[in-house]
Design a protein around this ligand. Structure first.
Ligand code: SF4
Ligand code: SF4
Length: 478
């Protein structure tokens, strides 16, 4: 049985079993792959001790293999040996489908790790064309740690082989560190919103930096979520028995605070005390651009503050599926930081958390919305956590809501990928299937959990896009 079969079966039984049974099962499967067991995916103990003498020795007895990634903490050659070349990863790769020069995940992962030898130790530059959608992870029947391999290889490529003076490096560093530019822009949101979409400025950004001028920059909010939170005086519910630490991420803070506010109001409606710890970027755009030193700095901040919240009895929740995936899967795979495993094990996507701990369907049974119809896109990073069907299942029986899944294809933007000039056309080609399904769906708006998928949906179809938490707020909060 594949992981997908397993998830489907879980989903099916979620429909029919009692709430308590659902909670128990969700606690154990909770989001699918990140709840991996030792030996299933993290073949090297999350990379933390992978360079340990005992494990290295197993692959170091007369073999010609060399340490390709000399500076890395990880040794994933054991994972590479789990690959039996079925090519399921290659056929699931949206970039390989539209870019004939991209050799695909099997080459990027197990083949580079297994076959590189002393006279050919460079990382292939095609690793920079991987969008880090992580669909190959879900596709692999042998639990080869593909995205972990890609992330490590990309980090090595950027630090060892890419010139820090190159246009690509400068552009990627700026895109990866969106949080930095967003913090500056948010200090003067009106000016920033004008300047970022001012024609000559966009033309110059494309020519000088390689940031596509085809897309509209998302607007910065006049008040960030954290400013609103401070002005509000913080939490309105105190409850040491039900406490969550909210990882809002950059986009909900700077661009869509309405999503973060909905998160707070919905959780308070269920009696939760919401903590909003200090935090940096989840690291998602940094992993995708091989900026692992930047990602580590942010991870250290996040783990420190989220671990402190865990010690105060909170669980960690995120409203963005890429943020939750990063904290759950990429952090323990890539970094060795005190408390990182605890943070990974106790992080949940917001709707998932409510499904596990509350009778959400029961609460929605009496709700009534005002004749809204949506086309739902399940983000790749929700799929990777086994969460890509929960929105449709949750809302389909709510009075006044029509919701239609617009298929399981990738949206194509993959965070920063679709913002790169040379990737823009490919990004739109990948998204075409989803755009087409949206156009034929009954809905007159879109809905998704991922902010960059929302950008792509809006860009490709012109529909307004909402977040499921906003719909939950409309349905449940007076
Ligand atoms: S992460 Fe996505 S783009 Fe990268 S190799 Fe895997 S499937 Fe392809
Ligand atoms: S899906 Fe897994 S086992 Fe199959 S070729 Fe890709 S890495 Fe190898």
């Amino acid at each position: 049985m594949t992981a997908s079969d397993d998830r489907d079966r879980t989903t099916e039984s979620n429909r029919t079993n009692s709430h308590d049974q659902t909670i128990e099962r969700d606690r154990t499967t909770s989001g699918g792959k990140q709840r991996r067991t030792d030996g299933e995916r993290r073949v090297t103990d999350g990379g933390v001790a992978a360079a340990s003498a005992s494990e290295s020795a197993e692959y170091d007895t007369g073999s010609e293999l060399t340490d390709v990634f000399e500076e890395g903490d990880l040794d994933l050659r054991a994972g590479a040996d789990d690959c039996y070349k079925c090519t399921a990863c290659d056929t699931s790769c949206p970039v390989a489908e539209v870019d004939e020069e991209f050799p695909g995940p099997k080459f990027q992962g197990p083949e580079q790790w297994r076959l590189k030898r002393k006279d050919d130790a460079d990382i292939d530059d095609s690793v920079m064309s991987c969008s880090n959608c992580m669909r190959c992870d879900s596709a692999c029947p042998s639990s080869v740690p593909l995205s972990q391999m890609h992330n490590e290889a990309r980090g090595e490529y950027v630090s060892e082989q890419m010139s820090t003076l190159s246009r690509e490096y400068v552009r990627n560093r700026i895109l990866a560190n969106y949080r930095t530019s967003a913090a500056v822009a948010s200090a003067v949101p009106r000016l920033a919103n004008f300047a970022m979409n001012f024609g000559p400025a966009r033309w110059a950004m494309e020519k000088l930096l390689g940031v596509t001028a085809e897309r509209d920059f998302p607007e910065f909010a006049s008040q960030t979520f954290r400013e609103w939170w401070r002005e509000r005086g913080g939490a309105r519910v105190e409850n040491p028995e039900k406490r969550v630490a909210y990882f809002h991420g950059c986009y909900a803070n700077y661009n869509t605070p309405e999503v973060a506010k909905a998160m707070v109001r919905v959780f308070e409606q269920f009696g939760y005390e919401v903590l909003v710890p200090p935090q940096g970027c989840s690291g998602t755009p940094m992993f995708a651009n091989g900026m692992l030193d930047d990602a580590r700095r942010h991870a250290e901040t996040n783990v420190e503050h989220l671990a402190a919240a865990l010690a105060d009895g909170a669980d960690v929740i995120a409203s963005c599926t890429s943020c939750s995936l990063s904290l759950r899967q990429e952090y323990p795979e890539l970094f060795d930081i005190d408390g990182i495993e605890d943070v990974s094990d106790n992080t949940f996507e917001a709707l998932e958390y409510l499904r596990i701990h509350e009778n959400l369907r029961g609460a929605l049974a009496d709700a009534e919305l005002d004749g809204e119809s949506f086309g739902y896109h399940g983000p790749c990073h929700a799929r990777n956590q086994g969460l890509h069907r929960q929105v449709v299942e949750l809302f389909r029986d709510v009075d006044g809501v029509e919701i239609e899944d617009v298929g399981d294809s990738c949206s194509g933007i993959s965070g920063t990928y679709g913002w790169k000039e040379e990737k823009y056309d490919k990004s739109m080609k990948i998204g075409e299937e989803m755009f087409d399904h949206m156009r034929h769906a009954e809905g007159d708006a879109g809905i998704t959990e991922c902010p960059t998928c929302a950008m792509q949906m809006e860009h490709g179809t012109g529909y307004e896009i909402r977040h499921p938490l906003e719909l939950l707020e409309d349905a449940l909060v007076e």
